[in-house]
Ligand binder design. Structure first.
Ligand code: ADP
Ligand code: MG
Length: 380
């Protein structure tokens, strides 16, 4: 949808033109999976898909929310009253951000916001965090204020915890708020320190393949992994698994159950792989980066047990192609997306190979798109 169409949709919803538009992308994580809630490192990029939030002020003291992805499910709240979660469910993401901004001291501006997103919803590309950050920027602009990116990210994370009640880590909101075009973000999830890592080799492209499956397990499976990690850290007397290296983990192995040991082995290995991946990217060594991606996938599949048949199939199909450096599942797992790092000249052939294999196995198409490291949230 181009900007004229967005303006027209806003006019239809609210009877006037928008005053501004905030944009917040989706994201994929290159490596560093299930490390964020263990105080570890992650290395995400922003992608070429985004949520736009078109806004205009109102004079009735209300906040009105509408989404082209949720037709007929508009929401309106009176800003004189405390903001509480409720129906429609999707509106809890923007309402949560409004509530957290109010808590942080912002006088909330009465305004109308219309959302439109090209980020597939529920695919693990973080449509939720992109909706939150877009909301935050729109409300700040309407109030004539701004906020430092990491602070906004933390506020959006707190909103997701409090309103839709999803116990997410900080990665998604941080890359969406802080991402820079042509850079991946090395984020230390312990203290929020962020480093922009150039990721702009024109001979290499990242393919993102969406299984379009969300296995039942996902809600409980994620919480269970968190609990197992926190239990392992406690038994080994460290604040978080981040504080262990392989030697310390092996020395403490007898204190852990077999499952806790394997979960911890993934996290300790994955944190080391993430830092090694930054070295590889900085050295322009895509072959090494690819090996680390494959090791990450195997660890997530075997030790962390969050992959699934469809993700494994995509990774195998990509790795069987000439010109693929590496491939892995990305995001929480149990479905969602896989990524493959491939030579630009081979992108179409690898896409075709993934799709043909997927269709043969599962009888339906698997959407695949190519992305580079895109710009983080901004105004247009
Ligand atoms: P993901 O973040 O991986 O896409 P989530 O389950 O975390 O998946 O978030 C998806 C939820 O976020 C949707 O069910 C919906 O409530 C909300 N959401 C995301 N994008 C939009 C949008 N453009 N309009 C309305 N709701 C949205
Ligand atoms: Mg999400």
């Amino acid at each position: 949808m181009d900007i004229d169409e967005l303006n027209a949709a806003f006019g239809k919803a609210f009877g006037r033109r928008p005053v501004g538009v905030a944009v917040a992308p989706g994201r994929v994580n290159l490596i560093g999976e299930h490390t964020d809630y263990n105080d570890g490192f992650v290395l995400p990029i922003a992608v070429d898909l985004a949520t736009r939030a078109a806004w205009a002020p109102r004079d009735d003291g209300r906040l009105a929310l509408a989404s082209l992805q949720q037709p007929g499910k508009d929401a309106e709240i009176d800003l004189c009253e405390p903001i509480a979660p409720g129906e429609p469910a999707w509106s809890n993401y923007p309402k949560g951000v409004a509530a957290m901004l109010a808590t942080s001291g912002l006088e909330l501006p009465a305004c109308s916001i219309l959302f439109d997103s090209s980020v597939p919803i529920g695919s693990g590309l973080s449509s939720s965090a992109s909706l939150e950050v877009a909301t935050g920027l729109a409300l700040l602009a309407a109030a004539g204020k701004d906020m430092e990116g990491y602070k906004l990210a933390r506020l959006c994370q707190a909103a997701e915890h409090a309103f839709p009640e999803v116990p997410c880590g900080i990665m998604d909101q941080a890359i969406i708020a802080l991402g820079q075009a042509d850079h991946a973000l090395l984020l230390d999830c312990r203290d929020g320190q962020a480093r922009q890592v150039p990721f702009n080799d024109p001979d290499v492209v990242l393919l993102v393949a969406d299984t379009q499956v969300a296995h039942e397990l996902s809600g409980g499976g994620y919480a269970a992994r968190r609990d197992q990690c926190h239990a392992a850290a406690e038994k080994l007397n460290v604040a978080a698994l981040r504080d262990l290296n392989t030697g310390a983990l092996e020395a403490g192995r007898d204190h852990l159950t077999e499952v806790e040991y394997r979960r911890a082995r993934h996290v300790v290995g994955e944190i080391a792989r993430t830092l090694a991946a930054v070295d590889a990217v900085e050295a322009g060594d895509m072959a090494r980066f690819g090996e680390l991606m494959v090791a990450s996938h195997e660890s997530l599949r075997d030790d962390y047990e969050v992959s699934c048949e469809e993700l494994d199939a995509i990774v195998a199909a990509a790795l069987a192609c000439d010109g693929t450096f590496g491939a892995r599942m990305t995001g929480g797992g149990f479905g969602g997306c896989a990524i493959a790092l491939v030579r630009t000249a081979r992108a179409e052939a690898v896409t075709e190979a993934i799709q043909t294999d997927y269709e043969k196995r599962y009888g339906r198409r698997c959407p695949v798109f190519a992305t580079h490291a895109a710009q983080g949230a901004c105004y247009v």
